[in-house]
Design a protein around this ligand. Structure first.
Ligand SMILES: Cc1cc2nc3c(=O)[nH]c(=O)nc-3n(C[C@H](O)[C@H](O)[C@H](O)COP(=O)(O)OP(=O)(O)OC[C@H]3O[C@@H](n4cnc5c(N)ncnc54)[C@H](O)[C@@H]3O)c2cc1C
Length: 391
């Protein structure tokens, strides 16, 4: 039985992060986004709160949290700013998460303490100019040299923290004929000869998040930089994505909630035809639909996170939570802009930024279409039972 009430520890965490986001992020994030600037100054504060080591065990300096806790943190950050939320989500879930999952003891000791404290940021690179959803079309190649070391060459794109990270997890083809089952992960440090961030990508939203290409040209790595077994990179990626999708769903929920709360407040104070907007039934309907959809998204996320924390497989539940929460966030943010009227279309109110930021949740870590493929595969394979008891 799932207890949907947050226990005292999670309530305290939620309150702490909410206050932190309101005092340390809210006063600055509109400017960071306007300037399209990565907010380096927030990183030590996130690190001090333990928000950069949420997936890292305490013995490596982390604050290892349950996925329910991580989802709450990301929701609270996203309710104020999507860019900070995606920075925290990708650093923790993808880069740290992959090293925790597949790293050797030596790799964990070497990389995790700096990542968990925020002294170094992490990035994780699977996507390439010619391969996103179809990861098997990846072209970055890792050749094994006679002495057992590796040479990596290729180009990655859309990499979050691409130019500001110090530690990168990079996926490369080691056995091309095995397609996605021939992919291996490597840890690459900033400054490694032949490795450099490429073009900064100008985006629709998340303007204070760093997104770049990465160039690899005969990057020489000892075998000790290989992360996990040869040809197991994609299998490990799928495990990381189950968790990551719940976090992106939480980001969508936070963005939607922030926009909904702004719309609720605006509808109470703005008047039209002699009464507050909130007293017009059309506006009430929009608020009712938004609150209901956010609540449904929250329940899907909480259930998926709870199952994950209980050690259960959540491929189906994570995909459902992400698909629903991302769609809901788009509808909720769109209504929030509508409720703000002309002001909602300006950059003076945060709802237009939330709408632009929320779009990423329908694309990153698997598009809506990919989530539907994942969901239908799980259902058709007959192995999954829904809450209703229906297989
Ligand atoms: C802001 C941002 C940050 C990102 N951060 C990272 C990161 O840190 N690391 C990383 O590795 N990647 C990152 N990504 C990449 C992201 O994961 C990919 O963009 C995403 O997986 C989609 O891949 P694609 O862009 O190549 O689209 P494509 O795969 O080319 O898809 C294009 C369209 O076709 C649809 N489509 C594709 N295949 C099918 C199919 N079989 N059936 C039906 N429809 C299909 C898709 O749903 C989509 O609508 C980021 C992207 C963005 C925008």
């Amino acid at each position: 039985m799932i207890d949907f009430e947050l226990g005292p520890e999670l309530q305290l965490l939620q309150q702490t992060i909410r206050e932190f986001a309101r005092s340390e992020i809210l006063p600055h994030c509109a400017r960071w986004n306007e300037e399209e600037r990565f907010p380096h100054e927030i990183i030590p504060k996130l690190g001090a709160l333990g928000l950069l080591g949420m997936t890292v065990p305490e013995r490596y300096g982390g604050s290892e949290m349950s996925l329910q806790a991580v989802a709450l943190v990301v929701e609270e950050l996203a309710a104020v700013d999507g860019s900070v939320a995606i920075t925290v989500a990708s650093h923790n879930g993808l880069c740290c998460g992959h090293i925790v999952l597949a790293g050797t003891e030596e790799q964990k000791q070497r990389y995790l303490p700096d990542l968990a404290s925020g002294r170094v940021l992490g990035a994780w690179a699977l996507t390439e100019p010619g391969s996103g959803s179809d990861a098997a079309a990846l072209r970055t190649r890792a050749h094994r040299l006679p002495d057992g070391s590796w040479s990596l060459s290729g180009t990655k794109t859309f990499i979050t923290q691409g130019s500001v990270a110090g530690t990168y997890v990079i996926m490369a083809l080691t056995t091309p004929e095995r397609r996605q089952h021939g992919i291996t992960a490597f840890i690459v440090e900033k400054g490694t000869p032949g490795f450099r961030p490429g073009r900064v990508i100008k985006k629709m939203g998340l303007h204070a998040s760093d997104t770049t290409e990465l160039e690899l040209e005969d990057v020489r790595l000892p075998d000790s930089q290989r992360l996990g077994e040869v040809d197991r990179g994609f299998v490990d990626t799928l495990k990381i994505l189950d968790r990551g999708r719940i976090t992106i769903a939480a980001m969508a929920l936070g963005l939607g909630r922030g926009a909904y709360e702004a719309a609720l407040s605006y509808a109470r104070q703005r008047h039209a035809f002699g009464r507050p907007l909130a007293q017009h039934q059309a506006i009430q309907n929009m608020l009712a639909d938004s609150a209901t959809e956010l609540e449904a998204a929250r329940l899907l996320i909480r259930r998926a996170a709870w199952m994950h924390d209980a050690g259960q497989r959540v491929t189906l539940q994570a995909a459902m939570a992400k698909l629903y929460a991302a769609r809901a966030a788009m509808r909720v943010c769109d209504r929030a802009v509508q409720i703000h009227g002309g002001y909602g279309y300006t950059r003076e109110f945060p709802v237009e930024r939330a709408l632009r930021d929320a779009k990423l949740c329908e694309i990153g870590e698997g598009t809506n279409e990919v989530q539907r493929i994942v969901i239908s595969r799980q259902l058709l394979s007959g192995g999954e039972v829904l809450v209703s008891g229906v297989p």
